[in-house]
Design a protein around this ligand. Structure first.
Ligand SMILES: [Zn+2]
Length: 370
């Protein structure tokens, strides 16, 4: 599968290669430097933020045969075993499919055995919140008195579903969603290594559309590279290949609404559909952009909340556009788009829904009803 190629190829293999989770890495590496490794960790955070990646690096680091650094050497037999997925001392369990008491009992059996090669047996339980109650209590017993050679890493996207008794026995790390800049930086690094020319603007479009999920961003970028081959990649390539709607289109469309040009707005939609763009994505970008307008209309100071989402030039345009609407008009516009989006997803006539919303917004404007 194309879409996982880049993700696997450039999966960070050292702490220093992990971007965007500095707070986690700093605490973990200083514990490693001082030899104070905990026996149970909770890695909490949204999907695709690098929880299992960091868990594997940690497993390598504690078992690395070369102890000249806190980083794994990625060359010794122990590191290579883990990287090749054949290590006996790293046990990864997906709690989404192995959530019962039997699996945890089996796990408790395995906990008793000492590591085969390294110092520690590392158990990574992914989606740990999905374990059944019985499985949790069985696990708890092990967490209460973990053998010295065992490290547990519980990874979860939903930490609030974890039992308090479990939470009190783990050292918790919260993984955050990646910022736009983290993603752009990483894609730039990949582009550099792949020898591909692509400008930052194009990468920002991918980053924006990945909504903070690095894996999604990498897979989108992989798709683009696969289509473009080795040529230069520009903004248009990305929009065409991924069917991504550039925020500039939303800006143009809102301009038409501000000027009450309903006929032109309807033509815009029609053209848009004929060019093969996804109308749902377009309405989503209209909602995103109307939110920006609403925020800066309420107060220009709020532009700091959205400066990652827009270029300086786009932000300037947004500030000017926002002045053309009242706060009520903007909130009503957003509401209409949100309702339209919901209906579009359930309707056999999505284009009609978008057109109705457009007319409604323009007509409100005409009659002064807000
Ligand atoms: Zn090593």
């Amino acid at each position: 599968m194309i879409n996982l190629v880049l993700y696997r190829k450039y999966r960070p293999q050292k702490f220093s290669e992990v971007v965007g989770q500095e707070h986690v890495i700093k605490t973990l590496t200083s514990a490693l430097k001082s030899g104070k490794v905990a026996h149970a960790y909770l890695f909490a955070g949204p999907r695709g933020t690098g929880k299992t990646t960091v868990a594997r690096i940690l497993a390598k680091a504690v078992n690395c045969l070369d102890d000249s650094s806190y980083e794994p050497c990625n060359k010794c037999e122990s590191c290579l075993d883990i990287m090749d997925g054949r290590a006996m001392d790293l046990i990864e369990i997906d709690a989404a499919s192995n959530r019962g008491i039997e699996e945890i009992r089996e796990l408790r059996e395995r906990v008793r055995f000492t590591p085969t090669r390294g110092k520690y047996k590392v158990f990574v339980i992914d989606e740990a919140h999905q374990l059944t109650k019985d499985a949790f209590s069985a696990l708890l017993k092990t967490l209460e008195e973990p053998p010295a050679h065992v490290i547990f890493i519980l990874a979860t996207t939903e930490p609030y579903k974890m039992l308090p008794t479990i939470l009190s026995r783990v050292q918790r790390f919260d993984f955050r969603k990646f910022s736009l800049n983290d993603i752009v930086k990483r894609l730039e690094m990949i582009a550099g290594k792949e020898g591909i020319k692509v400008n930052e603007k194009a990468l920002r479009i991918i980053a924006l559309n990945s909504e903070g999920h690095m894996r999604d961003a990498e897979s989108m970028f992989g798709q683009v590279i696969a289509f473009c081959g080795d040529k230069e990649i520009g903004v248009e390539d990305i929009e065409n290949i991924l069917g991504i709607v550039d925020i500039n289109l939303a800006i143009k469309f809102i301009d038409l609404l501000a000027q009450k040009k309903s006929a032109e707005a309807l033509t815009f939609i029609d053209k848009f559909v004929n060019q093969g763009y996804d109308l749902v994505q377009f309405v989503e970008s209209l909602i995103t952009y109307s939110r920006i307008l609403l925020l800066v209309r309420v107060s220009r100071d709020l532009s700091k909340l959205v400066k990652e989402e827009l270029s300086a030039e786009q932000l300037n345009t947004a500030l000017k556009q926002a002045e053309q609407f009242s706060i009520q008009e903007l909130s009503k516009t957003m509401e209409i788009f949100i309702e339209a989006l919901y209906r579009m997803k359930h309707s056999s006539f999505p284009q009609v829904e978008a057109e109705l919303a457009t007319v409604e917004i323009c007509e409100r404007h005409y009659s002064g009803v807000v």
